[in-house]
Design a protein. Structure first.
Length: 401
């Protein structure tokens, strides 16, 4: 780690500090002391901290040496490799001390940690009031993190708010890049579980041989390479929400165990007969036709019906083109961190005329590329908007809808 790192943009331009400790009272005290100097995020476990870093990043992560699920030293290594712009500050909840790396102690960014007192929970900070968000599209944030004013977005917001207050399983369907994970986060943030963990599992990114250990945990020696016992991600989501992205890629063997958890709330770690009773809400997402996978024998029918108690289908961006200018201006403000750049009327017209086969994710990439091409200018012109032609399957879908 080095002190010469750029600050990652945070909401309203603040610095993001992620506090990872299982002690809610300590998280609260630290958060209250830091809120004038930074935008504070909280995680109750190592797995949740990694999930949050993957989703939104952080300038500083405060890691408790006594995490309930992951070895702290191993987690530091992961952070250093995967998130090189994030500095690690260690918190020892057993002694109430904060350890700042030697190379960072002279950096004024870290002065807020120097006088931490474990008895009073106070941190000496220089107040830095957070200015109000200047972006006009903030008025159209119908769901946390989601921009839009179209009727489709208003209906989605009403649906999410209705189901969020319940613990019902939710299945989110929609094309790649349409915002399924943001909807899952909104379900969590609008629920009574908001202060508990939100854990993400990408079912397509974990090898089939390791998926059960990742989800349900394992004991030491349960399989080759299991050098220490670990809690699974479902256990890490205790009291909160676990989000299964690309649920259609979950192997059949693991589907049976997930069904058992959904029906009984029980989890059995690999290598032991001990059963844990857990409470974690399940939200799943897929961009494939799960009913077709059921017919093909790749997905359990009983699990499909158990997951889809409350289905939410996301409308592709091409069917809510009125939201494109709002989203484009939102991404422009987030990428620049200010209002120094704007879109010409002709540019907005060009954006609204595209069918967006890659949905919101494609739009963000197009705006980022346009910013690079418009270096030295204050207005993005139409010629800086480079979009790809949709493939035949997308055109057919668009024409038939």
């Amino acid at each position: 780690m080095t002190a010469a790192r750029s600050i990652i943009p945070a909401p309203h331009g603040a610095t993001i500090i992620l506090i990872a400790t299982p002690h809610a009272a300590l998280r609260k005290r630290l958060g209250e002391a830091l809120h004038n100097a930074a935008f504070v995020e909280n995680a109750g476990s190592g797995a949740e901290a990694l999930s949050m870093l993957e989703r939104r990043g952080a300038r500083i992560v405060v890691l408790d040496r006594n995490l309930p699920d992951l070895n702290c030293d191993e987690l530091i290594g992961v952070v250093e490799r995967q998130f090189p712009c994030t500095d690690v500050v260690l918190l020892d909840s057993a002694t109430g001390t904060i350890e700042i790396p030697e190379e960072l102690r002279a950096n004024p960014t870290y002065r807020c940690f120097h006088e931490f007192n474990s008895t009073t929970g106070r941190i000496a900070v220089t107040p830095a009031p957070i200015p109000p968000c200047p972006a006009p599209e903030c008025a159209f944030m119908l769901l946390p993190g989601m921009i839009g004013s179209s009727e489709a977005m208003r209906q989605l917001a009403a649906t999410v708010r209705a189901v969020a207050r319940h613990s019902t399983s939710v299945l989110i369907t929609g094309e790649t890049g349409s915002g399924k994970e943001l909807v899952a986060e909104a379900v969590h943030k609008l629920s009574s579980r908001v202060d508990k963990p939100f854990i993400t599992v990408n079912c397509a990114a974990i090898p089939e041989t390791l998926i059960e250990a990742e989800l349900f945990g394992h004991t030491r020696g349960a399989f080759t390479g299991a050098v220490q016992s670990r809690l699974g991600k479902i256990h890490a989501a205790q009291g909160g929400t676990i989000f299964f992205d690309e649920i259609g890629e979950l192997p059949l063997g693991s589907q049976a165990k997930l069904l058992r958890f959904l029906e009984c709330g029980e989890v059995q770690r690999l290598g032991t007969s001990d059963v844990f009773r857990l409470d974690a809400r399940v939200v799943a997402a897929t961009n494939v036709d799960l009913e077709k996978r059921v017919q093909q024998g790749f997905f359990r029918e009983d699990l499909f019906y158990r997951l889809s108690v409350f289905p939410i289908e996301l409308v592709p961006l091409r069917e809510r083109l009125a939201d494109v200018p709002l989203l484009a201006r939102h991404f422009l403000q987030r990428l620049t961190g200010n209002d120094s750049m704007s879109l010409s009327p002709e540019t907005e017209t060009k954006l609204a005329a595209h069918s967006w086969p890659g949905n919101v994710r494609e739009l963000r990439n197009v705006i980022e590329r346009a910013l690079i091409l418009a270096a030295g200018r204050t207005v993005i012109a139409p010629e800086q908007i480079l979009v790809r032609k949709p493939c035949a399957s997308v055109r057919a879908t668009s024409e038939s809808s």
